[in-house]
Design a protein around this ligand. Structure first.
Ligand code: PEP
Ligand code: MN
Length: 334
């Protein structure tokens, strides 16, 4: 349920109403907008007498929220959330590109790629240290050493780093990682989501291979319900009957999520297509659709990459992509 307060409501009036809600067992989420304050009420709201509430002098309107996601809901928080990642802002008109290899392979590789993508305009560096591979015989990542190398690359370039967690027991290793990625395969690992909800880390939550947008938002809700509101959503393609591309990029997810939630929305055309020559086009399309950011796999030598080489761009190809995306952004902002 949301209660919109009238303009001119004093902080004392607002606080005493919040206190009343809390006394009847509700959690209150306060969103201070430019014109209105919205109180989002979570819990058993059946005990709230809407008629009585509407009759209060400070209440503009009261509405029940039918969606099961509350914290992530735009009705609770009308303005876009802007997330600060070590000084890099995303959301609310701030657009960022996350780039880097699928997996961290060596010091030279990650530092070399980090420098190149930074020159091209990437503002966050990605690199997997724990890789959820379909085959147990494939490269599984450098684990703690991979995180160490990412931190070295961060020191060299100043780029905040993004890396995937596959097991909540590894959380301590991510102490200095700026953004923890929850991969598609773990989108509904609810225990892990709950643990991440108790941290103060920015979480990049990727859509599961066969999950609806509602399920994605409910997974975000798991994190937010624990008190961590810094969640970024990522559309990375879903499983359909099409087989020419690795997945099917659901670009309508961007405007749909934009309506449903205030959280920033990133698109990953690398995993969505699985084919490097399609990545630039779909990155441009994602920017045109209004995404808040992109995640792009870039490798110094894609042919010999230990993971996801077929979809990885060379630094030169990434440079061209970044130029094109900037042009699209300029065109849609006009
Ligand atoms: C990745 O980002 O390298 C990755 C494994 O992505 P996804 O979880 O979307 O497959
Ligand atoms: Mn990958």
């Amino acid at each position: 349920m949301i209660a919109v307060l009238k303009q001119g409501t004093t902080p004392e009036q607002r606080d005493s109403l919040c206190e009343w809600f809390r006394n009847i067992g509700l959690e209150v989420h306060i969103s201070e907008g430019k014109f209105h304050t919205i109180l989002g009420l979570i819990g058993d709201t059946s005990r709230v007498d809407i008629g009585l509430l509407e009759s209060l002098s400070i209440i503009e309107s009261v509405k029940r929220i039918s969606e099961p996601f509350k914290n992530a809901n735009r009705k609770f928080h009308a303005e876009d959330s802007v997330i600060d990642i070590g000084g890099v802002l995303i959301g609310g008109g701030n657009f960022q590109i996350i780039a880097g290899p699928c997996s961290v392979e060596s010091r030279d590789q990650i530092i070399g790629v980090a420098k190149r993508v930074k020159e091209s305009g990437a503002t966050l560096l990605r690199g997997g240290a724990f890789k959820p591979r379909t085959s147990p015989y494939d490269f599984q990542g450098l684990h703690a050493d991979g995180i160490e190398l990412l931190l070295e690359a961060k020191k060299e370039t100043g780029l905040p780093i993004v890396s995937e967690i596959t097991n909540a027991n590894d959380l301590e290793l991510f102490r200095d990682v700026d953004v923890i990625q929850v991969g598609a395969r773990n989108m509904q690992n609810f225990d892990m989501l709950k643990q991440l909800g108790r941290t103060n880390k920015v979480i990049l939550l990727k859509r599961g291979l066969a999950n609806t947008l509602k399920e994605l938002l409910m997974s975000a809700e798991y994190i937010m319900a624990g008190g961590n509101e810094r969640v970024i959503l990522c559309e990375r393609g879903i499983r359909t009957f099409e087989t020419y591309t690795r997945n099917t990029l659901d670009l309508s997810a961007v405007p749909m999520l934009r309506e449903l939630t205030h959280l920033p929305i990133v698109v990953d055309p690398s995993h969505a297509t699985g084919i490097s020559r399609l990545v630039e086009t779909m990155a441009a399309a994602a920017a045109a659709a209004g995404a808040d950011g992109l995640m792009i796999e870039v490798h110094n030598d894609p042919e010999h990459a230990l993971c996801d080489g077929a979809q990885s761009l060379t630094p030169d190809q990434f440079d061209r992509l970044a130029v094109k995306v900037r042009r699209v952004r300029e065109a849609i902002l006009k």
